[in-house]
Design a protein around this ligand. Structure first.
Ligand code: AMP
Length: 356
């Protein structure tokens, strides 16, 4: 792949904060960004050269978008893949559409990882209401029911501990195919974030300890502690095997539970990840810059951590009201995403603190 020259246009599908931070990193390297997203609070558009506001399956709009871009990437993975396959003839797309396809389906994702030797929680599939009871019987109680498609940040997830709860759980999950997962007793959660270049080179950022509240990432910290550090090597091997099998180019994230049995794979994100926001100030090259470098065919930057201790804290809902107070803390690097509305549970910014 020849390197894309500065001044070229990078198309980003999705208009949220990940697209915003990708566009800022791209601008630093002299590229223009064109955001493609349906109507909404598209905060990436505020910092990009162009935008197409259209549905993800609007083939005409997608074709015009493809013509205007030199490469296309994603900040959001729940994009219908069929229309994308049509435009893939006209413009390079990184990461590969196959990575989106797998990431969109919790069952396919787990089976793909298992085939490559990775371990996951026990799971069983319920495609209709009558299959829920059997699926839960396979994994035992307590269990977590998750929608197979379109789930993120704990949305579409229901914990069940008794047979009597299953009918209402099926309805609450939207009466759609579910995966029943055994409840993992984990000691910590972490993710492997790697970047794979166009030439196949892989680099990894340090794995942070990720703490969730109500299914949403609350903090990512380094050092991650001895347990995660001891499981990082095996988890990296697993994540790299998936990235290689997909012939992946760009930043790739795999989330894990650190359990007594070793790292258990939870899910992939074929994109930059919230648990990697600390890399903007905390690593020699951020996940956003290295993603842009990879998809543009440029050499990758160093992923080394630059501080003794790092803490990234998400600002959720009304947390943004502490903005002025946060600016008074000299250790705090404050990022706000420019969202119009600070609804409860909505990520509106983050703060990274470095201690050297
Ligand atoms: P997910 O949408 O799969 O990323 O799940 C969101 C969060 O729910 C995870 O980060 C965990 O904290 C929790 N979780 C998901 N699956 C399981 C499981 N099988 N066992 C225990 N906790 C889980």
């Amino acid at each position: 792949m020849t390197a894309l020259s500065p001044g070229s246009t990078i198309g980003i599908m999705g208009g949220g904060q990940l697209g915003r931070m990708l566009a800022m990193a791209a601008a630093q390297l002299g590229y223009r960004c064109h955001i493609y997203a349906p109507a909404g609070d598209n905060v990436a558009c505020d910092v990009a050269a162009d935008a197409t506001i259209a549905a993800y399956d609007d083939l005409e709009a997608l074709k015009r978008f493809a013509t205007a871009c030199d490469v296309i990437t994603f900040e959001f993975e729940n994009v219908p893949v069929l229309p994308l396959k049509t435009i893939a003839r006209d413009v390079p797309i990184h990461p590969p559409i196959k990575a989106l396809e797998i990431g969109q389906d919790r069952v396919e994702e787990k089976e793909f990882v298992r085939k490559l030797g990775g371990k996951t929680a026990d799971f069983a599939v319920a495609r209709s209401e009558i299959e829920v009871e059997d699926a839960v019987a396979v994994v035992g109680t307590p269990a977590i029911l998750k929608t197979i498609r379109m789930g993120y940040d704990g949305k579409g997830q229901i914990r069940v501990s008794a047979k009597s709860e299953l009918a209402s759980a099926w309805r609450r999950a939207g009466s759609q195919p579910l995966i029943a997962e055994a409840m993992v007793e984990f000691d910590a959660e972490f993710s492997v974030i790697l970047v794979r270049g166009a030439d196949g080179e892989i680099r990894y950022w340090d794995s942070t300890r990720n703490a969730h509240e109500d299914g949403i990432l609350a903090t990512s910290t380094l050092p991650a502690g001895p347990l995660i550090e001891s499981q990082q090597v095996a988890a990296r091997k697993m994540a790299a095997a998936v990235a290689r099998a997909l012939d992946y180019v760009g930043v790739f994230t795999a989330e894990f539970f650190a359990s007594a049995e070793g790292p258990l794979f939870n899910e992939i994100a074929p994109r930059v990840h919230n648990s990697g926001h600390w890399t903007i100030e905390g690593a020699e090259t951020s996940q956003f810059e290295n993603h842009i470098r990879a998809i543009c065919g440029l050499p990758l930057g160093s992923t080394a951590t630059v501080a003794e201790r790092v803490e990234m804290q998400n600002l959720i809902g009304k947390d943004g009201e502490r903005f002025i107070q946060l600016l008074g803390d000299p250790a705090a690097n404050v990022h706000l995403y420019g969202k119009a509305e600070a609804r409860p549970g909505r990520k509106i910014g983050h703060v990274t603190r470095l201690y050297r």
